[in-house]
Ligand binder design. Structure first.
Ligand code: NAD
Ligand code: 2HG
Length: 526
């Protein structure tokens, strides 16, 4: 087995590969994409950090590749669907660098407050700018932490030690959990209004890109300081530039950028901005942790097939995987559907298998359901190994029952979720041998293929409703691939499920919502 290390990896990880019988390792860092493409076909394993871009083009040439291991967390440099399509396992090493990154956020906050970078450069330039560089205390100041996951919760804890008042916003963590950890839970608006410092620790995804933008800055306190140690783009750079030059935001500290490396941008040139070249995870300790973890995971996978911390495959034996495969797909889609239908903190998940399931261990399917449910909140982090652990850590109660005999289906899976606001139920079944279908959403029966760009619409059961939806989509050149109508028992309301060839843009969703007979429109990506 041959492993290529294409980015800088802690020496200990390289030694682990070298010492492993049956594994050969090559270290070739900083290769241009074409050169990497010309040699990738010789390797079974690839170890990366953030520099190597594992694109579809590269993967096409990776004919022997079985596993990509990221020494770190973020996988935004890996085309995961393309790897999955080729049966390549993608793994990361969550946890190894979280303390280090939290410490970097705290360091940046202190450096920003006490003008340390400016003090250093002015002194080195022969100046003694004591008055100009006066700072302030962080004692008793309010730190707003956006994202209370692994890093955000450590930042909050360290800031408490510095005697700051910490307020937290995380829509996927219940206020009780935040309060139990000893912090004040806040809405995003409250956090903007109260915080003297705002630090973001959310994953990079559609919902968090540009989270701190013009509108957000307008709601903040005058003189707020902003820290981004998460991912470039979560703080909109153009809007941040305007907010600093207008005096709204006093200063900002950035470790990550919309484009990396960013070059000399007007934002970076502002004296109110301090920055580091994506150094959040760069300590000896973190690099040792992630190097050991990635080497161990890749060796185990290549030598025994054991899968740890994979983000694109469940951890089951080959034989069981074959039997469960259609249910795994259905479970993942049902979880993903539930997460998009109820976008609130989860309290409970009840999974019921009814029918021909008695002989099977359905726990991998339950894990896939949880993975589908948690992925919209946590992204790269959730995998088939850690989804139940994450659910437990978040105080989500999960129960699984198996019952014989279903009236209407040979096999029926039902997922009921309880959030802080509501209860929602989705049932699904496998048609034929492999075809996943969602057959019930709460009281509405349907037969929906849970895949691709879709929408669920609730409407009044009156003439013209369906026509108005069709014309609106048609006017915007959006083709309907599948449409299903389910009626409730009193016959007054319908649920319409739509699958479209292209995503329905936000403005068209809004137009649909404004149609006279339409009650709600929920766009979905399944
Ligand atoms: N600078 C670096 O070198 C470095 C190193 C490691 C991680 N990171 C980045 O740090 C970030 C946090 O990592 P982590 O390990 O703590 O992740 P995590 O998954 O443990 O936590 C993310 C948290 O964000 C919350 N969240 C999701 N959407 C949200 C939203 N719209 N508003 C508020 N909260 C939301 C989730 O509920 C979760 O609790 C990620 O972007 C990661 O890529 C950067
Ligand atoms: O590898 C690095 O230095 C950055 C890692 C960090 O951004 C991560 O996502 O783990």
């Amino acid at each position: 087995m041959r492993v290529l290390v294409s980015d800088n990896l802690g020496e200990i990880g390289i030694q682990m590969f070298q010492e492993e019988e049956g594994i050969e390792v090559d270290v070739k860092t900083g290769l241009p994409p074409e050169e990497l493409k010309s040699i990738i076909g010789d390797y079974d394993g690839l170890v990366i950090r953030s520099a190597t871009k594992v694109t579809e083009d590269l993967l096409e040439a990776a004919t022997r590749l079985k596993v990509v291991g990221r020494a770190g967390i973020g996988l935004d440099n890996v085309d995961i669907p393309a790897a999955t399509k080729r049966g390549i396992v993608v793994m990361n090493t969550p946890g190894g660098n979280v303390v280090t990154t939290a410490e970097h956020a705290i360091s940046l906050m202190l450096a920003l407050t006490r003008n340390i970078p400016r003090g250093t450069s002015s002194l080195k330039a022969g100046q003694w700018d004591k008055k100009k560089l006066q700072g302030r205390e962080i004692y008793n100041k309010v730190l707003g932490v956006v994202g209370f996951g692994k890093i955000g919760s450590i930042v909050a804890d360290r800031a408490r030690g510095l005697r700051m008042r910490v307020i937290v916003y995380d829509p996927y963590v219940t206020p009780e959990q935040i309060e139990k950890a000893g912090f004040e839970s806040a809405s995003l608006e409250e956090l903007y209004q109260k915080a003297d410092y705002i630090t973001v620790h959310v994953p990079k995804m559609k919902e968090t890109m540009g989270l701190l933008n013009k509108d957000a800055f307008a709601q903040m306190k005058d003189g707020v300081m902003v820290i981004n140690c998460a991912r470039g783009g979560i703080v909109n750079e153009a809007d941040l530039y305007d907010a600093i030059t207008s005096g709204k935001v006093a200063r900002a500290a950035l470790d990550v950028f919309e484009t990396e490396p960013p070059g000399a941008t007007p934002l970076i040139e502002l004296e109110e901005v301090i920055c580091t070249p994506h150094l959040g995870a760069s300590t000896r300790e973190a690099q040792t942790n992630v190097a050991v973890a990635v080497a161990d995971q890749i060796i185990q996978y290549l030598k025994t097939g054991t899968i740890i911390n994979a983000v694109n495959v469940p951890s089951v034996t080959g034989e069981l995987l074959k039997k469960l495969s259609p249910f795994l797909t259905l479970g993942n889609r049902m979880g993903c559907l539930q997460a998009q239908l109820c976008n609130e903190p989860l309290k409970e998940v009840v999974i019921e298998y009814t029918g021909d399931f008695q002989e099977l261990d359905m726990s991998p399917v339950s894990t896939e359901i949880l993975k589908g449910l948690l992925t919209p909140m946590i992204q790269d982090e959730v995998n088939s190994v850690n989804a139940p652990v994450i659910a437990k850590e978040r105080g989500i109660k999960v129960t699984e029952t198996t019952n014989a005999g279903s009236e209407d289906y040979l096999n029926l899976m039902t997922v009921r979720i309880v959030t802080t606001e509501t209860t929602n139920m989705v049932s699904g079944a496998i048609f034929g041998q492999y075809e996943p279908r969602v057959v019930k959403i709460n009281k509405f029966r349907l037969e929906m293929i849970p895949e691709g760009h879709s929408a669920i619409i609730h409407n009044l059961d009156k003439p013209g409703a369906i026509g108005s939806i069709g014309s609106t989509l048609g006017n915007h050149d959006i083709n309907i691939a599948q449409m299903q109508v389910g009626q409730d028992e009193d016959g007054e309301h319908n649920i319409i499920f739509l699958r479209t060839d292209t995503p329905i843009p936000d403005d068209v969703v809004e137009e649909l919502r404004n149609l006279p007979l339409i009650k709600t429109v929920t766009p979905l990506e399944l």
